[in-house]
Ligand binder design. Structure first.
Ligand code: MG
Length: 198
C-alpha cells in the first residue's frame, strides 16, 4: 500500500485566499477592519504562531463558529484540483490518504470537514507541532505502507530523516519555485511512478 500524507493550509486549502480564515476574519467579522486585524494578530502570535480560536471567536462574538464559517464561504476554500485529485486517489486500489494539519484542534477539524476534504481521505490528523517529522513517523508506523508520499508547502525535513521509503514534495501554490520535487498542482505528482511497487 502507498500512503499519501497531505498538509492542508496552502497545500489543499487556499488559506490566504478569499475564503481563507484570515480574510474572513478581517472582512466579515467587524465593520472596523483595523480592529479585526488587531485582534487577529494578537492571537496569531500566541503561542507558536498558532491561532487560539476559542479566545479569538469569543472576542469577536462568534458563538456559532461552524455556521459563521459556512456562511462566510469557507466551504469554497479548497484549491480547484483538490476534490478531483482526492476522489481519484480514493478510487485507486492500495492507496491510503491522510491529511496532516498543524494548528488548533477544534478549528482545523472543523475547517477540513466543512470544505468536504475529510470525507475524501482515510484520516485527518491535527497537530500543534509545526515540524511534522515525528508525527509522520508515527503515521507510517501505524499504516505500515510500502512507501509514503508527503506533500506540504513548508518542508522541514528530508527523506534522510526517515528509515522508511518516502518521497517529499513541496507544494508551491504561488508558482514561484521550480524543482524536481516542487509541484504547483496535485496533478503534477507522478502518480504512475509513485504507485509502482515491486
Ligand atoms: Mg501548509
Amino acid at each position: 500500500m502507498i500512503l499519501f500524507i497531505f498538509d492542508f493550509d496552502n497545500t489543499l486549502g487556499d488559506t490566504y485566499g478569499p475564503y481563507g480564515e484570515g480574510n474572513i476574519f478581517r472582512t466579515k467579522t467587524l465593520s472596523d477592519v483595523d480592529k479585526a486585524t488587531e485582534i487577529y494578530q494578537k492571537y496569531r502570535r500566541w503561542p507558536d504562531d498558532i491561532l487560539v480560536y476559542e479566545k479569538l471567536l469569543k472576542e469577536l462574538n462568534i458563538h456559532h463558529p461552524e455556521e459563521f464559517f459556512i456562511q462566510a464561504g469557507m466551504p469554497n476554500q479548497l484549491f480547484p484540483d483538490v476534490i478531483p485529485f482526492l476522489t481519484k486517489l480514493q478510487n485507486t486500489p492500495n492507496v491510503k490518504t491522510v491529511i496532516l494539519t498543524a494548528g488548533d484542534e477544534l478549528f482545523h477539524e472543523m475547517k477540513v470537514r466543512i470544505t468536504g476534504a475529510s470525507k475524501l481521505v482515510n484520516q485527518v490528523i491535527v497537530t500543534r507541532i509545526r515540524n511534522k517529522t515525528d508525527i509522520i513517523k508515527r503515521i507510517i508506523a501505524h499504516y505500515e505502507p510500502e512507501s509514503t508520499v508527503f506533500v506540504d508547502d513548508r518542508i522541514h525535513m528530508t527523506a534522510a530523516d526517515f528509515d522508511t521509503p518516502i518521497t517529499i514534495y513541496e507544494m508551491d501554490r504561488t508558482h514561484k519555485k521550480e524543482g524536481e520535487f516542487v509541484i504547483h498542482w496535485l496533478d503534477e505528482l507522478p502518480l504512475e511512478k509513485l504507485l509502482w511497487t515491486k
